[in-house]
Design a protein around this ligand. Structure first.
Ligand code: ADP
Length: 305
């Protein structure tokens, strides 16, 4: 089965010469709930813009469920629901017409379009507003309308660009609930965010993007585990084999006399020392190293907006 989204060597240089994407590779499996996490200006919207063909790429390839967007964009689009950051519906249209017309663009017959409109209005709590013109909706309602519109053709992949920007906490919770439900029912979801907590609350896998490059790409569980590890550098008197391996410990020989060890909560350093002792490795001194991941998050995510 092909990936829900596959990106290879994606590059984007804007007209002013700015390199927003410097060669991005990404692969998201069907059924996943995936976060593209990064600070403002990292290249998240540019990536989403290219996938939805609103932004022209400079190089690279994109497939949506195996369909190459350069060869068959309408085919790829059928699998794809996009919720961009900016509201881009006609604000003078009525809420229900926005959904029914969207279904029409995908060739869905009117009867079915009306049925789906009813369904999504209900599920996103917009039924009472169905005859209201979109410009009269609150920000949170507009966001929900954008999500309903992205889903009306029942895409297999839903991509949301910063879905909770400007959404209050109460609304955020119900949006999370809804996204979890549709993911559990089989829709693959990718969202961009600059909140680690959001990725943590919702997603299984994540990639971190910074300055147009993917910095890390793995499961959130693994990432959080590493984030909470404490890193020590041990200076040793004896020679250390380059392929040093100690069962149950995350150790790495940095050079012939230095070992780096990442300790998880609850792990006992004394146990490590006793193993080293058995192998005739004498530790002369030990210092605490800043956790590289933690450092990365501080650098990446606490930059001013
Ligand atoms: P993010 O969504 O992660 O906040 P963007 O993809 O919007 O980041 O932007 C990535 C970088 O590209 C930013 O530095 C931004 O200023 C720049 N950029 C975005 N759009 C344009 C454009 N049309 N022309 C020039 N630079 C742009």
């Amino acid at each position: 089965m092909s990936e829900a989204l596959k990106i290879e060597g994606l590059q984007k240089t804007y007209e002013n010469g700015f390199e927003a994407l410097k060669g991005i590779d990404l692969s998201v499996e069907p059924g996943d709930f995936f976060a593209l996490l990064g600070p403002n200006g990292a290249g998240k919207s540019t990536t989403i813009g290219i996938v939805s063909s609103l932004v022209a790429k400079s190089a690279g390839k994109v497939w949506v469920h195996g369909v190459d967007i350069d060869k068959d964009f309408p085919g790829a689009k059928r699998h794809l629901g996009i919720v961009p950051q900016e509201f881009n519906f006609n604000v003078f249209e009525k809420v229900e017409d926005i959904l029914t017309n969207q279904a029409g663009y995908y060739g869905i017959p009117l009867r079915e379009a009306r049925k789906r409109t009813d369904q999504f209005l209900e599920r996103l709590g917009l039924t009472e507003k169905r005859h209201t013109r979109a410009r009269m909706l609150s920000g949170g309602m507009k966001r929900r309308l954008m999500i309903a519109r992205a889903l009306v053709h029942q895409p297999r992949l839903l991509i949301l660009d910063e879905p909770t920007a400007g959404v209050d906490i109460e609304m955020r919770r119900s949006m999370y609930e809804f996204l979890r439900e549709i993911n559990a029912a089989g829709t693959t979801i990718i969202l961009t965010t600059h909140y680690l907590e959001e990725a943590e609350a919702l997603c299984r896998n994540m990639a971190i993007i910074n300055h147009g490059k993917i910095v890390t790409n793995r499961s959130i569980k693994e990432l959080l585990r590493d984030l909470h590890k404490e890193v020590f550098i041990l200076d040793c008197a004896s020679d250390i084999p380059q392929d040093l391996h100690i069962e149950g410990f995350d150790v790495q020989a940095l050079d012939g006399h230095t070992v780096q060890v990442a300790i998880e909560k609850g792990q006992d350093l004394a146990e490590l020392f006793s193993v080293l002792h058995q192998r005739d490795i004498a530790v002369v001194s030990m210092r605490n190293e800043a956790n590289r991941l933690e450092q990365m998050f501080v650098n990446l995510l606490e930059q001013p907006a």
